[in-house]
Design a binder for this molecule. Structure first.
Ligand SMILES: CC(C)(COP(=O)(O)OP(=O)(O)OC[C@H]1O[C@@H](n2cnc3c(N)ncnc32)[C@H](O)[C@@H]1OP(=O)(O)O)[C@@H](O)C(=O)NCCC(=O)NCCS
Length: 144
């Protein structure tokens, strides 16, 4: 049986194990994805982490965050053994629902240029690409 639920900081170890299993390249477990950082983000109310369980096993997860103006979908990851079953798409749609309930009407995602699986998934979910946009960041340290 499949079930999508909001994850809490108690689920942190399972979440990290899933990310590792999924080969999620963007995870910053020494920085903004550390246990303390995730606990703080969850407490802020601006971030929801959804997990998809198959017979009680965490096989997928996604983060839905907003800044009051725009929503962001981050860290989408599905266990390799459970891919191409529609779980990724289901989690994205569930994350959108969470953001809409928080009054958010625009949702964005950053997809690395060579990640065809993710690019196709978000296109299928209705996201429109803006070619030529530069992703620029300024960081206080290399871990964040
Ligand atoms: C990207 C990822 C989340 C997809 O999860 P998934 O559960 O397999 O995706 P779904 O089954 O919901 O697929 C939905 C659609 O996405 C596209 N898609 C998914 N995987 C794909 C692949 N390997 N190649 C091409 N298109 C793919 C297809 O259009 C698919 O629809 P279809 O199966 O009817 O053809 C998964 O491959 C993953 O965890 N990758 C590693 C982590 C990652 O890159 N995360 C994204 C960060 S932005």
């Amino acid at each position: 049986m499949d079930d999508i639920r909001a994850l809490q900081v108690q689920d942190y170890d399972q979440l990290i194990a899933l990310w590792q299993q999924a080969g999620l390249r963007s995870a910053k477990t020494d920085g903004r994805d550390s246990r303390a950082a995730i606990a703080r983000q969850l407490q802020s109310g601006l971030q929801t982490i959804l997990g998809l369980e198959n017979d009680g096993q965490l096989v997928g997860a996604v983060m839905a965050t907003h800044d009051g103006r725009k929503g962001w979908i981050n860290r989408l990851a599905i266990d390799p053994q459970f891919r191409r079953r529609g779980y990724g798409l289901q989690l994205v749609e569930a994350a959108e629902q969470v953001l809409r309930q928080q009054g958010i009407q625009i949702i964005a995602v950053l997809v690395e240029g060579d990640n065809a699986a993710s690019f196709n998934l978000f296109q299928k979910a209705g996201y429109v690409d803006y070619p030529g946009i530069h992703y620029m960041t300024k960081r206080d340290s290399s871990t964040v």
